[in-house]
Design a protein around this ligand. Structure first.
Ligand SMILES: Nc1ncnc2c1ncn2[C@@H]1O[C@H](COP(=O)(O)OP(=O)(O)OP(=O)(O)O)[C@@H](O)[C@H]1O
Ligand SMILES: [Mg+2]
Length: 288
């Protein structure tokens, strides 16, 4: 089957993205930022580890299709990844890897930038697999690429909650504002919460929150929710170099306390509203 025929088949078979019914049990949390390199992947991974340690079945989907690196942060080298699923060369369960108790990863592809390239052969199987994943997991974390592109926006629209990561650099704050502006335009219902990362303490985090919130209130006439801050802490950088996330290794440390607090806040509030479900998310990701 050639590419054109595959696409025609997809167009014929695939229903348009269903309006999310917001009644699914699974909770999808996207982690994103305006500027790159502000800590998305580390926040994703370590918060997911914290929730898994609290007994919740948790899945990480590495949706940074250009430079996926959750696997690298874990010192893993998975043979198959989402790129193979998109190309029709593997099923979701063939790429699923166990990280630790209660924690699994759908590895991302490196070098795939164009979600328009679809070779998925067996949509029925894909739907069945998504349904099965839905019944296996309570939380799904999506690590996105930085910035505003259509794939990121689709991932954010398909999530129940968006954690916006920002640090104290003016460029990071300005870029976060730009992302919020685009997201609210495309999805006025988006539920965005700020996580200020890599700061000296609460005061600095509040300062960042204040600046970003003021811009959003003034120009977009919307408010911004604050979730938590994570201190600048060498255990994070060390974990990156050792390819062992600090939530697996470090004893008490400021960042550990903050990530645990963040996970607890998510745990206590994620049940507040129903979830949109995994099927609509995958429909968005593979048919933006
Ligand atoms: N709280 C922190 N304390 C100290 N260092 C940090 C902290 N958060 C992140 N870092 C450092 O910043 C680097 C980048 O983090 P990370 O890869 O998670 O960012 P990212 O937003 O996912 O980047 P990209 O946009 O490239 O995907 C890490 O390698 C780590 O060294
Ligand atoms: Mg990253």
């Amino acid at each position: 089957m050639d590419q054109a025929e595959t696409l025609r088949r997809l167009a014929a078979q695939k229903p348009k993205v269903a309006e999310p019914k917001a009644d699914q049990d699974i909770r999808i949390i996207a982690v994103t930022s305006g500027k790159g390199g502000v800590g998305k992947s580390n926040v994703t991974l370590n918060t997911a580890i914290a929730l898994a340690k609290r007994g919740h079945a948790t899945l990480i989907l590495d949706a940074d299709m250009g430079t996926a690196n959750i696997d690298i942060l874990l010192g893993m080298d998975p043979r198959l990844n989402l790129g193979h699923v998109i190309e029709g060369k593997a099923s979701l369960f063939e790429i699923l890897v166990k990280i630790s108790d209660n924690l699994y990863l759908l590895p991302g592809a490196s070098g795939i930038m164009d979600p328009g390239y679809l070779g998925i052969q067996n949509l029925e199987q894909l739907r069945k697999d998504i349904g099965q994943l839905e019944s296996m997991f309570q939380y799904v974390f999506i690590d996105t690429a930085a910035g505003v592109n259509q794939m990121v926006i689709q991932a954010l629209k398909g999530s129940d909650r968006v954690l916006l990561i920002c640090n104290d650099e003016p460029t990071s704050i300005v870029d976060a504002y730009a992302l919020v502006k685009v997201l609210y335009k495309q999805d006025p219902e988006a539920f965005i919460q700020l996580v200020v990362n890599d700061v000296a303490g609460e005061e600095e985090a509040e300062d960042v929150y204040g600046k970003l919130r003021a811009a959003i209130q003034h120009f977009l006439k919307r408010d911004l929710d604050y979730l938590n801050h994570i201190a600048h802490d060498d255990v994070i950088a060390r974990g990156v170099i050792l390819q062992k996330p600090f939530m697996f290794t470090a004893a008490e440390s400021p960042a550990r306390g903050h990530v645990e607090a963040l996970a607890e806040k998510l745990e206590s509030t994620l049940a507040d509203r129903g979830g949109k479900g995994l099927l609509q998310l995958f429909q968005r990701l593979i048919q933006p």
